[in-house]
Design a protein around this ligand. Sequence first.
Ligand code: MN
Ligand code: MN
Length: 481
Amino acid sequence: MAEQKEKKSKYQVLEEKLLYKNESIWQSLSHSEENEMENICSEYMDYISKCKSERESVKYLQNKAISAGYKNILEFNGKAKPNDKFFWNFRDKVLAVIKIGEDFNFSNGLNIVGAHSDAPRLDLKQNPLYEDSGFALLKTHYYGGIKKYQWLSLPLALHGVVILESGKKVEINIGESENDPVFVISDLLPHLSKNVQSDKKLSEAVSAENMVVIVGNRPVKDKIVKEKVKLYVLEYLFNHYGIKEEDFISSEIEVVPALKAREVGFDRSIIGAYGHDDRVCSYLAVSSLISNSNIKKTGVALIVDKEEIGSSGSTGSDSYLIHHIFSMIANSLIGQNLSFSDLRKSFLNSNCISSDVAAAVNPPYKQVHDLQNAAKLGYGVAITKYTGSGGKYSANDADAEFVGKIRGFLNSHKIPWQYAMLGKVDEGGGGTIAKYVAYYGINTIDAGVPVVGMHSPFELISKTDLYATSKFYSSFFAEYV
Ligand code: MN
Ligand code: MN
């Protein structure tokens, strides 16, 4: 006997039709989609394990573009045609990967997916090395929003560059290979931390000046020189890298967790790694552009720097960067005849996904979110109309019209998405590059991968959200007009 289907009540039907659904996407993944997702995730895990600085991320993604046939736009002197592929590297910290669309009329604008590759960390001070109580130590200055206690008693690696007096650039990457030593900021033992730490506010328990990295304990064998442990380190650095103490002044060395990306959970559904914010979106912006064969509008995967400290400086998006990129693309398309009117039209006809991570709910700390407007891990790419803080200050508040178009696009392409805002209205706040892009009149909306434990040394994302975000950026480049 056939099973009898129960008839739905009028209000059940109505509920299905009218309610905003926000569902976990694991249920709806097909077998082949799961395979595709696992492939993308394992490629991503290779990238995120290796790229611990903005320079390393830019280099990796540039090489990925070069392997896919992208050419340096500064070496191009012809007239670009549809499907031509370029990249622009600015100071090794900014990367624009550009694909000319079938509609190569410059005034019709560009489709941009913009992310940032800098991440919260500790930078070495410019004169960092000293000796104290038998240790050689390096002084640091934290970069971006970190909770200092999370960086204590953790294996750390050094990544960066030192520019010698001769102008030679020495690359530093120590602490990642199994045979490398690691470094550490040692925490105080609990037995003695009552007055110095435990009775204080969390934000005051660890001072910035105490964030000093242990790099040695072995003295040179000499009776006369004063700082024997420091000298041992300097001798080592000179012998291995040709670095003198003064060379630190012209260096950028980042202290980062010496951890590789790992699958998290019995079900391996989660990826834990340092720097998902915002390298996951950087990676997906570039990989989804270069994996597209034909795109309608000219596409740009834009990787910027300095987002974590307010997008300032020449490599941050609060600058002429966007202007430079538009001018360069115009040059390749229409030569030197770019008029201000063309440029203005192109800005106004462009669209940008400000591709940054969203704060997802962490179960013991639900109270900081308005759960009805909060991202959850495993529920799809997170769309955010505005960021900023209480009162919407400093937000790019995307027009309802643009949000509506993006929502329709996501639904028609069956891409799992969810609505997200950063937290409860007066709970805190934060921003993205959205407002700096919107400055040019470019339609801009925030959309990216939800993260738990953001800005910690080991952030969590869901494989499904990475997959959904990748699908969104791919379709956006391919078809959005
Ligand atoms: Mn970010
Ligand atoms: Mn951030």
